[in-house]
Each structure stands twice: as C-alpha cells, then as structure tokens.
Write a protein that binds this ligand. Structure first.
Ligand SMILES: Nc1ncnc2c1ncn2[C@@H]1O[C@H](COP(=O)(O)OP(=O)(O)OP(=O)(O)O)[C@@H](O)[C@H]1O
Ligand SMILES: [Mg+2]
Length: 498
C-alpha cells in the first residue's frame, strides 16, 4: 500500500504529518476562541481535497468560504512556511459547493421527514415516550397506506387525522390521545417558527452529489453555512448532523484498510450535537462513530473544550489537535487536566504549562502511528492554508452559488404530491361533488328511510373509514382553521417573548 500523508505543521525538530490511512480514525480540534481552530480545520480540509478525498464541513461563522479562493501573500505566512520547511507551497483555491438551509448563503439543503425518521424527529422535538410512540405509529401508518411524508405539512395533516380516528386505529397502532397529538403539533409549530419548514422537503440532499472529485482530482469540499442554523435552530442543526451521520453509515459499503479515507466530515460547534441530544441518541452517535470507520469515513469534531465531547466518543478520536486553553475557571482547569491526561506524554514537554502558552495557529498535536497507537504529543506550528483565510464577499458568494454545477438541481422548490397535497386536492374534488349532489342525497335519504322502515334490522357494524376518506375530512378542517393556527402562533410568540 502506498503511503499518503497530510502535512499538519512543524515542531521544533520535524514536520508533523497525518498518515492518510489513519484518517478514518477520526479526530478532535479544540481550543479557546481565536486560537486557530477554524484555520486548522481549513488546512485539513484542503489537504484531504488535495489527495482526492471529498469533504463536508459545517461553517459556523461563514469564514470557510475562503477555501474557494487562492490565499494572499503575507509575511506571517512566509514565516510559517519557512519555519515548517514547506516545499512547493502555492496559493490555490479548492473546488467547493456552498450549502445553506435558509438558501441565502448557498444552495438549499433539505431532508424529507421520512428520511429523518421517527427517532431523530422525536429527539428534535423533545417528545416524551408516549408522544414518540405516536410519532412511530404515524410513520407506520404512512408506510402502510403508501403516503409520502415529505414536509411538515404532511406530518401535521397525518397527525391530525390520527387523532380524529384514534378509536379505529387503536387496535393496530395503539393509543393515540388527542392531547398528546396536540402536544406534538405544538412542538412542530415551534420548530416551524425556527425555520424548520425550509429544512424539510425536496429536493432532498443526495450523498452521491457531494462525494465526488473534480477533473483535476481534487476532492469536492461541501461547505454548509451554519451561521443561522446553529444560532437560530441549534436543534435542527444537531438533527441534520445526526441524520447525515446515519445516512453515511447506512449507505456506504464496508471498505478494508485503505490508503486514504473515502470521505471526511468536520463538525464545528460539536457541543451542540451532544448538549441537545438525549442519552439514547448520544449512545447512537457513539456507536456510529465507532462503526463508520470501517466505511472509510473520518469524523472530525471542532469544539472549545474536550469536555464538550462525551468520554466514549473522545476515546475514539485518533488525531488530537489542541490549541491554547486558558485555565481561569475550575471547568477550564478540569479541561486542561483532561488534555494532559489523554495525550501520550512527551518527556520534553510540560503539557499543563505549554497549553496556556501556545500562540495563535499553534497547537499540541498527536497523530496515530501505523500500529494505531498515538504518537508522542508535539508542540506544533500549524501550516498556513493555501486558500484564503476568512470569508469571501457577498458578490463572490452569490457568483459561486449560481455557477455551481448543482445549482439547477437543488435551487428549485419541489412540492411533490405527498400526503397533504394529494388529500387536499381530493378533498376539494369531493367538496365539489358534494355540492352538486346535495339535493340528490336529500332524496336518497328519504328513500332509504322509507326502505329501512319496511326492512328487517341489520348489523350496525361500520367498516373502517379508509385513510384517504377520513383524511379528506380532517384536511378540510385543517385547511379551514388557518386562522386558529395564526392565533396559536401569536400566543406562542408572546410566550417566547418574540
Ligand atoms: N495555521 C495558521 N496559519 C496562518 N494564520 C493562522 C493560522 N491559524 C490561525 N491563524 C490566524 O489566526 C486567526 C484566528 O484563527 P481562527 O479563526 O482559526 O480561530 P478560531 O479558534 O477558529 O476562533 P473562534 O473560536 O473565534 O472561531 C486567523 O484569522 C488567522 O489570521
Ligand atoms: Mg473558528
């Protein structure tokens, strides 16, 4: 197997490289604000792209869009190049696609409700066990009746229908109390207010579109602008990352030991992933992180303190890049101790002391050696990026979005006929028919009444109203109650202090 390496930076004695065959053993970039985490993420993303590995990064402050432009010369960059002893350094851009759930900073990124699935949705909505049970039943019912759950409208109309028909559904799908359904729909409303209605729908994000290389062999860098997403809807952000991980896990084939990974993901503000997730979900993340390695996927978390990452996951992160930490508070001190305990010690280095002295773009680094054991920690000056540090201006950004080969595929609103549309249309037709035949029905009623009076009694059993029929009725009701919805929104708005 040929050996491919990625240059991270230089210590006083040597260059520090990451063996690409170990890049699927994951990693952590941590450090206080302004210490160089994002630039470190940038140089790693660049390097993976250079060796033909496609990359996915979440960009919390919009600064990673600089990856699309060549860097600018600067004396400080030259000093780094010289200190590290980099040969053949050139300023160059990387092929990238910009994504944004809110469609402003990139191509819209969407996921359907059915792709997201009941587990992630339950977590996203913070449902209790009873409510989760109903959500699972809702997905089962949609499957059984062949209805598509694409967006929030579909999910809501389905839930309303279930509450209306709870009695008939009880034996097959369990107890569906209207108060629980109301609680779920209230939570959906909050999510909608956070902009999640833009996130759920089609065209859904397709992994095959992003795991590619360009004609010169550079891996595509997918940059998800999560500026808004992480601050306005941290739960949606976490849910997306979780969905993304499980999607990769479920869809990629097993690969043996390989010279380099198939795909690498960087998750910035990783603490959001764990803070907002239930214990069950954190266990699931831990499991996926452990198993996804064999699919050739490397996951890199970026966060301020290693304490933000659950211990079981921390233990699985092979590459450790620790930027400066300040030990002001007891929590800071604990973080410093954790770092000191988890690095493989270097007799020439006092970790606890050095960690407070590291300059910007400098870090304590430990990589995995060929046998899988961690290398001795080294104080490392991180290499400068070849692409631009900091964000592109807005014109350049809009230009990049429009010129993207994926533009026509993703920049369109598809509202395919799914549960809501289909049933709404049918409901309208039905209403029309009802109008026309009202008189006839009146006559028919009279005739039946006469007939009944003359006939012996029959069983009172009534067949289960078909899903479509009943949905038509409840959809009609929900269509008619937009006013009610608005009142609820107003109420919620004032409760939440908006
Ligand atoms: N490897 C590097 N080469 C050159 N300059 C660097 C490097 N690392 C950091 N810098 C300089 O330091 C600045 C701050 O770095 P960066 O934005 O990566 O910090 P950060 O830890 O991500 O901060 P925050 O927590 O605020 O996001 C950069 O804008 C850049 O000027
Ligand atoms: Mg940063």
């Amino acid at each position: 197997m040929t050996k491919t390496t990625v240059l991270i930076g230089g210590s006083a004695n040597s260059q520090i490289h990451l063996d690409a065959s170990m890049a699927n053993r994951h990693g952590l970039i941590s450090g206080a604000t302004g210490t160089g985490k994002t630039v470190t993420l940038q140089i790693l993303a660049e390097s993976f792209s250079s060796i033909g590995v496609p990359v996915f990064v979440t960009d919390i402050k919009g600064d990673l869009s600089g990856l699309t432009q060549p860097g600018k010369p600067h004396v400080k960059i030259d000093e780094r190049i010289q200190f590290i002893g980099i040969e053949g350094y050139q300023q160059r851009a990387r092929p990238a696609v910009l994504w944004d759930v809110f469609e402003k900073q990139g191509l819209p990124l969407r996921v359907t409700i059915s792709d997201m699935g009941p587990l992630l949705l339950s977590n996203l909505l913070e449902l209790n066990d009873t409510q989760s049970g109903i959500l699972y039943a809702c997905f089962d019912l949609a499957d059984d009746d062949g209805l598509l759950l694409l967006d929030l409208k579909d999910l809501k109309s389905m839930l309303i229908w279930m509450a209306d028909n709870a009695q008939q559904l009880k034996s097959e799908y369990g107890n569906i109390s209207s108060s629980s359904v109301a609680a779920i729909t209230r939570k959906l409303l909050v999510l909608e207010e956070q902009g999640a209605d833009q996130f759920f729908g089609e065209p859904a994000f397709d992994l095959a579109d992003i795991m590619i290389s360009d004609f010169s062999g550079f891996g595509l860098i997918n940059i998800l602008d999560a500026t808004w997403l992480s601050s306005r809807s941290p739960r949606v952000y976490a849910a997306f990352l979780l969905w993304f991980l499980s999607e990769l896990f479920e869809n990629l084939p097993e690969v043996g030991d390989a010279e380099k990974p198939k795909f690498v993901c960087f998750f910035d503000e990783a603490h959001l992933l764990f803070d907002k997730s239930s214990k069950a979900l954190v266990e699931k993340i831990e499991q996926i992180v452990r198993l996804i390695r064999s699919k050739g996927v490397g996951i890199y978390f970026v966060t301020q303190s290693p304490l933000d990452i659950p211990e079981d996951i921390l233990g699985q992160l092979g590459l450790r890049i620790q930027h400066a930490l300040r030990a002001f508070t007891p929590k800071d001190k604990k973080a410093v101790n954790t770092v000191a305990e988890t690095f493989r010690p270097n007799p020439d280095l006092d970790i606890k002391q050095v960690i407070g002295l590291l300059g910007t773009g400098e870090a304590l680094v430990s990589t995995l050696q060929a046998d899988g054991s961690p290398s001795v920690v080294e104080r490392t000056l991180i290499r400068p990026p070849e692409s631009q540090i900091g964000p592109v201006d807005d014109n350049t950004r809009q230009d990049l979005i429009k010129r993207s080969p994926l533009y026509s595929r993703y920049f369109q609103d598809i509202d395919r006929e799914s549960a809501f549309e289909l049933l709404k249309k049918r409901a309208e037709q039905k209403e029309h028919q009802l109008q026309q035949s009202r008189e006839q029905q009146e006559l028919e009623k009279q005739r039946l009444a006469e007939e009944k009076a003359n006939r012996p009694r029959q069983s009172a059993g009534r067949p289960r109203q078909s899903f479509a029929e009943a949905m038509i009725k409840s959809t009609m009701r929900s269509v008619g109650s937009t006013l009610g919805r608005r009142i609820v929104r107003g109420l919620l708005g004032s409760l939440l202090g908006k």
